[in-house]
Ligand binder design. Sequence first.
Ligand SMILES: Cc1ncc(COP(=O)(O)O)c(C=O)c1O
Length: 410
Amino acid sequence: MAGPTPSAAGNPLTALTLDELRRRSSVKWRMHPPDVLPLWVAEQDVPLAPPVADVLRRAVDLGDTGYPHGTAYAEALGGFAADRWGWDGFRVDHTTVVPDVMMGIVEVLRLVTGPGDAVVVCPPVYPPFYAFVSHADRRVIEAPLGPDLRLDHAALDEAFRRARALGRRPAFLLCNPHNPTGVVHRRDELDAVADLAGRHGVRVVSDEIHAPLALPGARFTPYLTVAGAEDAFALTSASKAWNLAGLKAALAVAGPRAVADLHRMPEEVSHGPSHLGVLAHTAAFRAGGPWLDLLLDGLDANRTLLETLLAKHLPAISHRRPEGTYLAWLDCTGLGIPTEAPAGRPGVASDLAGPARFFLDRARVALSSGHVFGTGGTGFVRLNFATSPAILTEALTRMGRAVDTLGPRA
Ligand SMILES: Cc1ncc(COP(=O)(O)O)c(C=O)c1O
């Protein structure tokens, strides 16, 4: 089905066939039976970027599989951040390597909040924000996105006030860019966040794992480059953009007034990342730019293809064109699919209910169920379009056929 076409030369999203992808053993390809097209978890259907594959091959050939050492990862991120985002003040000595972004978030929250303190999130949002924050004995407070799916500063103001009243040291876990909506927050929106956080005494922790995936037309703003963000933290990794989730390594970056907190990070946290992970992520940020540009072109084309396919097969689904990431947040409330009370709760990423259950059962397409993304998620699905145009077309065609069997709406 999928295969390279002359016009798609160089597009990493068309390099692998469906048969090759089905030989993968990661969760995306093994969670469901082989007749299911998996467009759920944030793995991409791409081969490794050549500089990443080369560095891993060299390490394996040498048996270079010990513990990581040095600051090469942070230096590579610093170079990438300066080139792509104009972040000139990036300081390698204000970073530390952490096992992955979510563990980094938990460790940073342990530095800047206490047990029982409040952590504000903006749903619908990446489900593990709920699970990890609760597991770390912190309390989640929601400040839902506005109707335009962008940050709602009035809701944040109110949530920060409640967070402050509840806990001694509240924090705000920002998703920048935002998963699942694909919104790339603008600098003025982040300025307003910093202003509110400063006024309420809330520490901001910015998850920037999707930062390299700002699509044409959008510009990513690192939160730490915003005035008033000096006491904030950012967590970054090459994992989403270069598909390296299986090679654990990420970076925590402290603003100038958070460096003293960073120094309190227990030494053992740096034992978590794998040496192969650090090598791979370093190579991605240092030399993976040309490959990333090809990927971004492919994702841009897929985002347009998705709009065309939705208009053709599923006109009752509405969505806003994502500005970044490879995730589309689809409003299925107009389909007439019964949205029974969700089986699960926010945070359990594999739970299925409503439209996601329907599309899995009736179209054999696996999507992420909206209800696990918190308030505002019920009746939505998240679709991962980091796949070939052929797979995307087949999936949307199947989804359209399944909806047609529902007949006209009463
Ligand atoms: C916003 C966000 N943060 C964190 C992660 C997970 O990152 P890691 O595997 O480095 O913990 C993801 C994965 O999709 C994500 O979308």
